[in-house]
Structure formats: C-alpha cells, structure tokens
Design a protein around this ligand. Structure first.
Ligand SMILES: Cc1ncc(COP(=O)(O)O)c(C=O)c1O
Length: 423
C-alpha cells in the first residue's frame, strides 16, 4: 500500500489497515469495539472523556507517567475516605486485586506481589537472587536506570559483573545474536526491557526465554513499558520474573507496580526487605519461614487505596478491550512513523519492522539538540514529548495511547515538519 492510501485508510479509522498484521511481536486478533459488545466504553471520544487530562496540551509522555482516569482517581479517593472514617488497613482488599492482576498477566495469584513501581520489582529480583562474585548479569545498553541500577548496585556491593549488549533496531534475529554473543559460562542472569524506554523497541521475549532456560540462566523482564500497552501472558513469555509499573500504560495510581515470579522459582528469590506478611506466620516465636508465594516481598502496612485504584485501572483496560488498545496504539504509531519518514532531516530511531515497533515512537533531527526540538514542539504546538538523551541518542519520544486519536497523530507529524523547517 502506498503512503497516501495508507494514511487515508488509517485516518478513516481503518482498523483493517493493521488487522492480522504482526504488531507487538505477536498477531493480534482484532476485538469487536467495546461499544458494539455492549460495554460502557465505546468510541475513543468516550475513552478520552474518562481522563481529566487537560485538553490544551497533547500529552505524549505515557512512557514517563500515564495519568489516571477519573474512575481510578475516584476509586482511590473513596477508599481513602473510607479508611479515614473507619480506620483499619484494609489489607483484605489485596486478595481480590491480586486475582485481577494475576488474570491480567496470565499468572496465578501466588505469583504476584504488589510493589511501588517497576524499579522496586527489578530491585527485589536483583537483590534476592543468590549470586557470587564474578557471576555475570547481562542487559541492554538502553536499559532504564530503574532496570540497570538494580544490577549496578549488585556489582558495587558484591562484585557481580555487569555486561551490556547494544540492541539493534534492524531485526529480531540481530538482537538475539547480539545478546547471546555476550553470554558466557558465568552468565547467571539476563534481563531485558520488554519494550525499551528509549525507542520503544520490543525484544523477542519468548525466544530469549527459551534459550536462557536451555542454558540455565535466570531471565528477568523489565516490563515497565509493556503492561497496558498490549496484551500478553507471562506464561507465554516464558520468563522467570517480570516487573511493571502501574502508573504508566495501565494508567493506575502513582506509586503502584506488579512483580511476577514464576511459582516454581519463587524460593530462589530471598527477601531483601522483610516484615509482617513476608512470613508464613505472624508472631514470634517463629523460625521465620518465608511465605511460599511472591507475597513474601510485600511487607508491612501498605496503601490499600493504591491497590484498589490499580484494580480499577485493570478493569478499565479490560472494558475498553486490551487488543483494541494495542491495535489503536499500533495504528497511531504506524501513522506517525510513516509521516515522519517523509520529512527531510528527520531520522527515525524506532524500529521500522512492525514486529519490533511499539506505541512509543522516537526520532531525532541530526545536528539539532533534542532539547530544542522538544521545546519547540511544546511551546509552539503544545505537545508534551520526552527527550531521549540516553546513549547520546538525541531523540524525541512520543507515547501513543488511549487518549489520542488519528487527528493528534497527524497534527504531530505536521508540527514536527514545521519545527524541522524552522530550525
Ligand atoms: C524500561 C523501564 N524500566 C524501569 C522504569 C522505571 O519505572 P518506575 O519509575 O515506575 O520504577 C522505566 C521508567 O520509565 C522504564 O521505562
């Protein structure tokens, strides 16, 4: 399909442009629209209306923080009010939320721990695995500090050796080659971002998992950017552990996160922090037996309102339709990718291959600072983007999600065109 026809099809709302295409590393089955299936949230205007996000600015930084919808904010406020009136910690509400989170990720409830963010989930894995001096841990150079620092800290404290590979935006196979070329007999852990924060590149998680398993290497996925962007099942991913934030693509309350640890590997992750609920019993005297579930990493009194809010955010995703959300993000991202490729002076940093491209799209203007480009897009065109200064990429990143429409994507392409012409 030529570009003009593609844009016309997509701008006309043509889901058919991508139906059956391989996006997010998997084939998505297009869902019926939520409206036609009788659910409350139908078209994208209705979805947008659920979010109190100001309309003067087009917010394109869900990869940094995904603002909560009104139903989520209300659920949190209601629970806070309730606790203000009644007292009590309402820890009992964690059980239902855990079931929802487990079902959402395709896990069992005992494989889920509620954490504060992806960084905490990553740290629980890095500090809980028994590693010795000289053991090697491998991750990609585009890892976010929330993923990489967990292991750098282990290197600093225990002499674990950090090794880094450069991701390729060219092909899935090249990524696998680059990663496994760095694996040695001392490699104990591989970690990758499911979706990189820099360019939105999607790694082939099942392929990495299969090879890691064959070699007896622990495989942890930093999923800060994937849960809520597209549907997947952790059992299909095949990783040993997975951590995500609730306050990005899930649009949950700030300071929420989920950690998954495969039940059969649970005992390999010891507690780095501990308190009530980490133990199978509660009171002394006791020999301190860790709880036989990922819940051992939830210790002490927690904010039930946050967890209730996260449960609401998960329910809202299901209501809108997870495949539908994924397909929408992929369509907008494809639209922007096609548009930016036409602009002279713009270099796309995100993968062109739809199997590796996500709802995050990053470009740069060689020779021009990303700060200048991003600030022009903000001041003149009211787009909130995020600069990508990591690894000297000099990029500008936009995250396409449920509160955006084709018109926003087309306006963004026009704004980039005008910005580049004026620089
Ligand atoms: C891949 C990745 N990992 C970890 C994080 C850290 O997330 P949080 O601050 O929610 O822990 C981010 C944040 O952008 C990220 O993109």
């Amino acid at each position: 399909m030529d570009r003009k026809r593609f844009l016309r099809t997509v701008a006309a709302g043509g889901a058919s442009a991508l139906a059956g295409a391989k996006v997010f590393g998997a084939k998505l089955t297009p869902q019926k629209s939520a409206g036609s299936s009788g659910l409350a949230v139908g078209n994208w205007d209705e979805v947008r209306a659920l979010f109190p996000l100001r309309s003067e600015v087009t917010y394109l930084n869900t990869g940094g923080l995904g603002p909560a919808s009104q139903p989520v904010l209300d659920a949190v406020a209601e629970q806070c009010q309730l606790q203000g009136r009644i007292g009590e910690h309402y820890h009992k509400l964690f059980a239902g939320a855990r079931e929802s989170a487990a079902a959402f990720l395709g896990a069992k409830p005992n494989e889920i721990a509620f954490v504060r963010n992806a960084s905490e989930g990553n740290s629980i894995i890095s500090s809980g695995l028994k590693l010795r001096k000289g053991d090697e841990v491998l991750f990609e150079s585009h890892a976010h500090p929330g993923g990489s620092f967990a292991w750098m800290n282990r290197q600093k404290l225990d002499g674990v050796k950090v090794k880094i590979f450069e991701p390729s935006s060219r092909s899935v196979e090249e990524n696998l080659e680059r990663l496994f070329a760095k694996v040695t007999r001392r490699t104990r852990v591989i970690q990758v971002s499911h979706v990189t924060a820099t360019t939105g590149l999607i790694f082939d998680i099942p392929a990495i998992a299969a090879e890691a398993k064959r070699r007896g290497i622990w495989f942890h996925v930093d999923g800060a950017q994937s849960a809520g962007m597209f549907p997947f099942d952790v059992k299909d991913l095949g990783c040993d552990s997975y951590a995500t934030s609730g306050h990005k693509w899930l649009n949950g309350p700030i300071e929420t996160g989920i950690l998954y640890i495969a039940a059969e590997r649970n005992d390999e992750v010891v507690c780095s922090h501990i308190g009530a609920y980490s133990d199978s019993a509660y009171e002394l005297p006791d020999t301190l037996e860790y709880a036989a579930a990922a819940t051992r990493h939830e210790y002490g009194t927690r904010n039930a309102a946050s967890v209730v809010g996260l449960e609401k955010a998960i329910a809202l995703q299901e209501q809108i339709g997870r495949e539908r959300i994924a397909e929408h993000g992929a369509r907008l991202s494809e639209l922007v990718s096609q548009g930016l490729q036409e602009i002279k002076g713009v270099e796309l940093l995100s993968p062109l291959d739809s199997a590796m491209r996500s709802s995050i799209l990053t470009f740069r203007v060689p020779g021009v600072s990303c700060m200048d480009v991003s600030s022009r897009l903000s001041k003149e065109f009211k787009f909130r983007t995020r600069v990508v200064t990591e690894e000297d990429l000099n990029g500008v990143r936009a995250s396409w999600h449920v509160y955006h429409q084709e018109a926003d994507a087309l306006r963004y392409v026009d704004a980039v065109r005008s910005t580049v012409a004026s620089l």
